[in-house]
Write a protein that binds this ligand. Structure first.
Ligand code: HEC
Ligand code: HEC
Length: 292
């Protein structure tokens, strides 16, 4: 990273601290407590998933989009499709919904969802994680702040986009434990990253997310095992007449074949207890009973 990036990071970090402090409503406590401030700062940009358009620079996003996307996309109103669809108004719109563009089936599976901050962030980080057989031949934007800038730019050309605040709050404040403890916040963000890395090729994590190789995992914590009617489980998993408690989840993702021999999750498991804990914390944050 050059010094410019560091400056940008520091500014972004400062912003997140302010925004987080404000949204926790415990600003004064945070400011008095040095170690808490440090733990917010010590997140690196990719792990700190506070997708916060308030700290974004749409002008920078526009520049990036011109460099990286305009080969395949136009951004003006009524602009033509190129290799990809015109992106005017994309934010707040249903995914893969422009009538005059021929989308991949993989992206069309998301048609029930809209392009909000969260989905754009997942898509632009790793298009093939979001839609494994997408025809968008683009590796993704790995630097989180760049993604946020591009998303902020897309919002400026999307008149019907809902206020970004609601989209952010919905995901970001979903776990009450996260608000009162920055350390949990960072574990949760890490769990989310780790889910993306380890699980997202085979599992979606959104409401009504589609089935990939494995079933959708939205609200999986405490659900009866192998109980989703739109998925065909192995006999091995169906034999488990229990719920997905945190302890069962932990044993399952540590060593799927040992916990349920003959199951069809073709995954070796995660030996690090910390990573498992973070992922389970993340799965927990996807449960509506935690949202208030
Ligand atoms: C090499 C060409 C290419 C590049 C570069 C590219 N895209 Fe795409 N994009 C596509 C194609 C093709 C699709 C349709 C994907 C599908 O149907 O699977 C698409 C789809 C999309 C969609 C979904 C639109 C909708 O109507 O649902 C968004 C959003 C998007 N791209 C944003 C971007 C952004 C932002 C960039 C730059 C950071 C970018 N793309 C770079 C080709 C590209
Ligand atoms: C290579 C694909 C693949 C990967 C990677 C993967 N899974 Fe799975 N997962 C599956 C399949 C397939 C099933 C169905 C297993 C069965 O029926 O035997 C499944 C089932 C599950 C279930 C049971 C869901 C239910 O409705 O009962 C949970 C929970 C789960 N996986 C969690 C995870 C987590 C967490 C990760 C990441 C640490 C992960 N999986 C990684 C393919 C995968």
């Amino acid at each position: 990273m050059d010094s410019f990036d560091w400056n940008r990071l520091a500014v972004a970090g400062l912003f997140s601290v302010c925004v987080l402090a404000a949204s926790w409503g415990i600003g004064s406590v945070v400011i008095q407590n040095q170690t808490q401030i440090k733990s917010v700062f010590s997140n690196d940009s990719d792990q700190n998933e506070s997708i916060d358009l308030a700290s974004a620079n749409p002008a920078k996003g526009r520049e990036l989009a011109t460099q990286q996307c305009s080969l395949c996309h136009t951004f003006n109103e009524n602009g033509a499709n190129k290799i990809g669809p015109n992106l005017y108004g994309v934010m707040g719109h249903k995914i893969a919904s422009k009538p005059n563009f021929n989308y991949s089936d993989s992206l069309k599976k998301h048609q029930k969802e809209s392009w909000d901050v969260q989905n754009l962030n997942l898509w632009l980080a790793h298009p093939t994680n979001f839609a494994p057989d997408t025809i968008m031949a683009y590796p993704g934007i790995s630097v989180q702040q760049d993604r946020i800038d591009v998303i902020a730019y897309l919002k400026t050309i999307s008149p019907s986009a809902p206020s970004s605040a609601s989209a952010i709050e919905k995901k970001d404040n979903s776990d009450p434990r996260e608000k009162s403890n920055p350390e949990i916040k960072s574990n949760l963000s890490q769990g989310k990253e780790e889910f993306q890395q380890h699980c997202a090729v085979c599992h979606t994590d959104t409401v009504e997310g589609n089935t990939r190789l494995g079933p959708n995992l939205y609200n999986i914590v405490n659900k009866p095992i192998a109980s989703q009617s739109n998925y065909t489980y192995s006999g091995s998993l169906k034999l488990k007449k229990m719920n997905w408690t945190e302890s069962n989840l932990d044993q399952w993702i540590e060593n799927p074949q040992q916990w349920a021999p003959g199951n069809k999750m073709n995954y070796k498991g995660i030996s690090s207890a910390d990573i498992r804990k973070n992922i389970i914390l993340y799965l927990h944050s996807l449960s509506p009973q935690d949202k208030n």
